[in-house]
Ligand binder design. Structure first.
Ligand SMILES: NC(=O)c1ccc[n+]([C@@H]2O[C@H](COP(=O)([O-])OP(=O)(O)OC[C@H]3O[C@@H](n4cnc5c(N)ncnc54)[C@H](O)[C@@H]3O)[C@@H](O)[C@H]2O)c1
Length: 243
């Protein structure tokens, strides 16, 4: 049990990668805060994980791009659990729009949800983190390579890699580790509409990723197995960006 009795917040955890990370952490003994846009969905996940893994859970509705909602979510979590050991900044969106057609509103929405949220949630959570705690940011291979139609997304995900390094530098003084994960193409509700067959030619391992592929990387980074790793972005992409 790598995370026994740890307290973990996972944002965007009602489905997809976030849900898989929450379940993998629960399996390994962590108590969980399930934070996402829909309270009923969060409660459903929280109840299932609590029952299945005999852990403590808390469901909170939270839009990670809204400071007041983030502050409330972290306050409620800290009140219930007294501290936060692990924060996974997973919530994110990836709408496709060509660069020439992208509006300021679309740009702001993606940057607010994907990037500003890292600042908001991490700042709030760090107040309740003791030495030995850690933060994991869900970046993407889109932080390293270009994808047409995703200029706002690519900007947010490379921004996150820079933020991860600076946060690691500053929070290192408090003995808090900060790392990122950069997934390749993963099968989630969010990528349902994406033609993955065409993408497979880019993947040396010849398959799309499963949410569990990312959850296992998150478990490693969140645990003491990674206690000398900080400021790092772990690429989990079946080898896509090696060529
Ligand atoms: N699936 C992939 O191929 C892939 C690849 C690289 C990176 N990622 C990153 O992994 C993360 C999860 O992706 P996914 O594919 O599981 O997505 P998904 O769309 O399947 O699930 C995302 C979850 O985030 C929640 N969310 C969205 N906006 C939110 C907000 N403002 N506040 C709180 N919650 C919000 C959604 O409600 C949903 O539950 C994202 O940050 C994404 O950019 C995914």
């Amino acid at each position: 049990m790598l995370l026994k009795n740890k307290i973990a917040i996972v944002t965007g955890s009602r489905m997809g990668i976030g849900l898989s990370i929450a379940e993998e952490f629960a399996k390994d003994g962590a108590n969980l805060v399930i934070a996402d846009l829909d309270l009923k969905d969060c409660q459903k996940v929280a109840t299932q994980l609590k029952k299945k893994y005999k852990i403590k859970t808390l469901a909170v509705k939270c839009d990670v791009s809204k400071k007041n909602q983030v502050d409330d979510m972290v306050k409620i979590a800290a009140k219930q659990f007294k501290r936060i050991d692990i924060l996974v900044n997973n919530a994110g969106i990836y709408p496709f729009t060509d660069f020439t057609k992208l509006t300021e509103t679309e740009w702001d929405k993606v940057l607010d949800i994907n990037l500003k949220s890292i600042l908001l949630v991490s700042q709030a959570a760090v107040k309740h983190m003791k030495p030995g705690s850690n933060i994991i940011n869900l970046s993407s291979i889109a932080g390293f390579i270009a994808f047409p139609g995703l200029v706002h997304y690519c900007a947010s995900k490379s921004g996150m890699i820079g933020m991860t390094k600076v946060m690691a530098l500053e929070l290192g003084k408090k003995k808090i580790r900060v790392n990122a994960i950069a997934p390749g193409i993963i099968e989630t509700p969010g990528t349902k509409g994406i033609n993955k067959k065409a993408m497979l030619a880019n993947v040396p391992l010849g398959r799309t990723g499963k949410p569990l592929d990312i959850a296992k990387a998150a478990l490693f980074l969140a645990s003491d197995m990674a206690d000398y790793i900080t400021g790092h972005t772990l690429v989990v992409d079946g080898g896509w960006i090696t060529h």
